[in-house]
Design a protein around this ligand. Structure first.
Ligand code: 4AZ
Length: 251
């Protein structure tokens, strides 16, 4: 009898902590952003695989349509799928991953940047030349993204379906945020030699940042995609901006 009551109490406590975990996460997000519409980003892909069943739509990264049948994404998103490109998919036009809006296209081949390599900073994997091109099984009828350097822009925009904070595992909504572009020095201070300004760009703050499952998605500056979400020490940690892969040398 007592043990039944204890079990019931245990279950109630577990349910309460689950609710707390769900609702204690900050309401603002990518980190520090707001809900966004794929209609504004018709070239934005949710990159995933039906075998990644822990996330709706199998989504685990973002990507950018650069030709009718080519998507640019982060190298670390797809390096393990080089031998099995056919299990990858790209989904366009789906604001909420739990729904079925938009279109999903299979991937035919994966091309990783020839200089892609991994090092580490604390527990984070650092991707150098963190870029890959996915060729789609068929062309899509969508506008492609304009690519371009940020020049002297002081702010950019990021968009993705990823975590809204380091401990939010549940977001499945496309979100976007404005991020400051603090310059190379801010990332050199944070990351030392792990930050290589020749192929990386520094963006974000403790108020707005990219996070897990945003990788491969766009950093937009002056209306053009300037870099892709790549890595960082945590998300929104003071003093540790996000690091983005520059598009100067496409794979
Ligand atoms: C990730 O794990 C990740 N705050 C992406 C971006 C950032 C950190 C981690 C930048 O995919």
């Amino acid at each position: 009898m007592a043990s039944t009551r204890r079990r019931a109490l245990g279950t109630a406590l577990f349910a309460a902590s689950l609710l707390l975990a769900l609702f204690a996460a900050p309401a603002n997000a990518i980190v520090g952003g707001a809900p966004a519409q794929t209609a504004k980003y018709p070239w934005l892909a949710a990159v995933g695989s039906p075998v990644f069943f822990v996330r709706p739509s199998g989504q685990f990264c973002g990507g950018v349509l650069i030709k009718a049948d080519e998507i640019l994404t982060a190298g670390h998103c797809v390096s393990m799928f080089r031998a099995v490109p056919g299990i990858l998919t790209a989904t366009f036009g789906r604001d909420e991953l739990t729904g079925g809006a938009g279109e999903t296209v299979a991937v035919k081949s994966v091309r990783i940047h020839p200089e892609y390599r991994e090092t580490s900073f604390k527990d984070e994997t650092v991707g150098h030349h963190d870029l890959a091109v996915l060729t789609l099984a068929r062309p899509v009828h969508r506008p492609t993204a304009a690519l371009g350097s940020p020049g002297s822009a002081r702010t950019g925009q990021i968009a993705g379906w990823g975590f809204t904070s380091e401990n939010d595992l549940f977001n499945t909504r496309l979100r976007a945020a404005d991020v400051p572009l603090p310059g190379d020095a801010a990332c050199k201070r944070a990351y030392g030699d792990s930050f290589d300004p020749s192929d990386m760009l520094c963006a974000g703050s403790d108020k707005a940042d990219s996070c897990q499952f945003d990788s491969g998605g766009p950093l937009i500056a002056r209306g053009r995609v300037a870099a892709l979400v790549s890595w960082g020490y945590g998300c929104g940690k003071p003093g540790y901006p996000g690091v983005y892969a520059k598009l100067d040398s496409l794979p």
